[in-house]
Design a protein around this ligand. Structure first.
Ligand SMILES: *[C@@H]1O[C@H](CO)[C@@H](O)[C@H](O)[C@H]1NC(C)=O
Ligand SMILES: *[C@@H]1O[C@H](CO)[C@@H](O)[C@H](O)[C@H]1NC(C)=O
Ligand SMILES: *[C@@H]1O[C@H](CO)[C@@H](O)[C@H](O)[C@H]1NC(C)=O
Ligand SMILES: *[C@@H]1O[C@H](CO)[C@@H](O)[C@H](O)[C@H]1NC(C)=O
Ligand SMILES: *[C@@H]1O[C@H](CO)[C@@H](O)[C@H](O)[C@H]1NC(C)=O
Ligand SMILES: *[C@@H]1O[C@H](CO)[C@@H](O)[C@H](O)[C@H]1NC(C)=O
Length: 589
């Protein structure tokens, strides 16, 4: 980087060199940003790991700080513990009353004007509630339920797992461990979930998923038991070296790692206990049928408990104004509680929005959200407590400016930007909107932009009566399951951050069961940033056109890129069958 700067300053003044200098500068900034992101990811992973691993001495200092801070403040959260955070308590109420200068006043004004003029008689854009590439998308059909192998007897020993993170991270861990159990011919003990001081949720597997269904459904694949056999329960796993934490396994570890390092240990000790297990199995390369097993687990074997299903169906029905039919995939989500299938009429459609704008995300992004000095101080204070790693980076590396980060598409969409995007896409003012999550940074006032333009915006807390929601109140994971289901079942799902685990799993599920009819809006934040930069001058018509183009481009149908998650991108031959066998998969970009 330094070298490039020197080269650039050594160039003379003629035009050619000027241009070259500009591109050098771009390159240098690009490298700077990339370096920053890499370091950042590294620090983040250290923060994450420190919250989960129990035996790393390297991370001890960080870990101590982390635990101290998160237990002393119930409203805290960290990036490793993301979107599932749906706290009802209002310990962060001081954030709520803060006056806030609204960004994008001019554009919001124009949007309000456009929405007001847009009478219910005029039609929305043709594609709005449809997948624009439906014909190609519908060629892909679910087939992860098909098997060609004999059940594994699980004779090599027992695998236990205590998964960390929120419900969505745990879901991924569960399906990854299922694949590992098959790979090692091991018997799986029903996964347990690590208690997190942040979520304060004691829910275990059977509180969230139908345990017996899970065991039975996967019987042709692996053997699953509810607990370790008696004779193994007395083993001191720590002492015999059978506790394997995330420090012991690289992220995205390959099957060969497990065969080489874990299998001998399993055979020797009869039991292995994985603790944490976040993101510890690679997406590729994985043997074909093992990959399919992973999909089978995620899309078929995990059914929510009747308690969750029966409440989620209330949410879905209320979002649909009590329509008499259910949606395409409701049955996959809520089982027997779904109504009979039928076409959902226009008036009963709803949009689900996952606005990932909680304080952890906001603080971690290092972006500017228009709140001035007060916001800066508040976020800096939060970072010092919860992301010491970031503060450390700041001491040693030059962090790109907020404007730069934004231009690179690295900032979470603000509520104001989200609402402008929805208005620009052509959603009517009376659109029913379900808002998932809801612990928005800045609180209710920050949501004003959204509710002013789209008054029919509700959360699960609005839709459920106190007695209906009461059984869930102490269980943030179960609350998150309600959001998860209601987002998946929506007619259109809009996410604001494609890195979020909830958004990622939701969009994958809609691909798998949606038959090419369940669109997801996944903004390209770099392109949006470019459009929003012109907020002072851009005409509303031009704004609309550009937003629509940017979003439509991101709806293209492509098969899973190598190395990407099968849960997020199930369009691959392991998970879904392309009924037009002969055609080549449609590639990205
Ligand atoms: C698992 O069992 C299958 C079938 O019995 C066998 O082919 C395979 O080699 C075994 N794998 C391991 C890791 O034990
Ligand atoms: C749907 O039904 C519930 C309970 O039966 C009722 O309270 C609610 O008002 C109905 N909603 C609509 C939009 O009809
Ligand atoms: C980084 O350091 C500068 C000054 O040294 C400070 O103004 C800024 O707030 C810091 N940012 C973070 C994210 O720590
Ligand atoms: C960063 O530098 C400041 C002083 O400039 C120091 O007080 C602080 O402890 C440093 N933080 C880390 C995490 O290294
Ligand atoms: C939630 O937990 C708190 C303290 O653990 C308890 O006092 C309260 O009754 C619980 N509420 C519900 C609805 O279970
Ligand atoms: C609005 O546009 C101006 C330039 O016209 C730009 O400087 C500013 O950063 C934009 N606002 C936001 C929040 O992007």
């Amino acid at each position: 980087m330094m070298k490039k700067k020197t080269t650039a300053s050594a160039t003379s003044n003629n035009n050619n060199n000027n241009r070259r200098r500009r591109s050098w500068r771009c390159l240098a900034i690009g490298i700077l940003v990339t370096f920053f992101i890499l370091t950042n990811c590294f620090m983040l992973s250290r923060i994450q790991d420190s919250s989960s691993s129990s035996s790393s001495s390297v991370n001890k200092a960080l870990k101590l700080r982390f635990f101290k801070s998160s237990s002393s403040n119930s409203s805290s959260s960290t990036l490793s513990l993301p979107d599932e955070l749906t706290k009802i308590d209002s310990s962060s109420s001081k954030l709520k009353q803060k006056p806030h200068k609204t960004p994008y006043v001019r554009l919001l004004h124009k949007a309000a004007h456009a929405l007001a003029q847009f009478k219910s008689t005029s039609t929305e854009p043709k594609d709005l509630w449809l997948e624009p590439y439906h014909a190609v998308a519908s060629l892909w059909q679910p087939c992860a339920n098909q098997r060609v192998w004999k059940p594994s007897e699980g004779n090599n020993g027992y695998i236990m797992v205590t998964a960390n993170g929120g419900i969505n991270q745990q879901r991924v861990a569960v399906c990854n461990i299922v694949a590992v159990a098959r790979l090692l011919n091991a018997t799986l003990v029903i996964p347990t979930f690590m208690f997190s001081s942040v979520w304060q949720d004691v829910s275990q597997f059977a509180d969230i998923y139908q345990q017996d269904y899970f065991i039975d459904y996967l019987k042709p694949d692996i053997r699953i038991v509810k607990e370790l056999p008696k004779e193994l329960q007395s083993l001191d796993l720590e002492a015999i070296g059978s506790v394997v934490t995330d420090v012991d396994i690289a992220k995205e570890a390959k099957p060969s790692f497990y065969l080489k390092n874990i299998l001998p240990l399993l055979i020797k000790n009869r039991v292995i206990h994985f603790v944490g297990f976040g993101n510890r199995l690679a997406s590729d390369p994985i043997p074909y049928h093992l990959q399919r097993l992973r999909c089978r687990c995620n899309f078929h074997a995990l059914q929510f408990t009747p308690k969750i299903q029966s409440t989620a169906v209330l949410l879905i029905q209320r979002m649909r104004q009590n329509a008499s039919h259910s949606g395409i995939l409701d049955e996959n989500l809520v089982g027997p509680f779904a109504k009979s299938k039928g076409k959902i009429k226009k008036d009963f459609r709803y949009l689900a929005l996952h606005l990932r704008f909680e304080i952890d995300m906001v603080a971690h992004s290092l972006c500017d959200f228009g709140g001035g000095e007060e916001e800066k101080k508040e976020l800096q204070a939060y970072r010092e407590i919860h992301f010491p790693g970031l503060v450390e980076i700041n001491n040693t590396t030059k962090i790109p400016s907020p404007d730069r980060l934004k231009a690179e598409g690295l900032c979470p969409l603000m509520p104001e930007e989200t609402v402008l995007m929805l208005a620009g896409l052509g959603f009517k003012r009376d659109t029913q909107i379900f808002l998932a999550g809801a612990q928005i940074y800045g609180g209710k006032t920050r949501l004003n932009a959204l509710t002013k333009l789209f008054p029919n915006l509700v959360t699960k807390e609005d839709l459920l009566s106190p007695s209906e929601i009461e059984p869930f109140l102490n269980f943030s994971s179960q609350l998150a399951a309600l959001d998860f289901i209601t987002c998946i079942a929506s007619d259109v799902f809009a996410m604001t951050d494609s890195g979020s685990q909830l958004s990622s799993l939701v969009s994958g599920y809609r691909v798998y069961y949606g038959g090419g009819k369940m669109p997801t809006i996944r903004p390209n934040k770099r392109r949006l940033a470019d459009i929003f930069m012109k907020n002072d001058t851009i005409e509303w018509k031009v704004f609309e056109t550009r937003i629509r183009k940017a979003v439509r481009q991101n709806k293209r149908v492509f098969s899973r890129p190598v190395g990407r998650s099968v849960y997020r991108y199930p369009r691959c031959s392991e998970c879904m069958c392309n009924i037009q066998e002969a055609t080549l998969p449609i590639r990205h970009g």
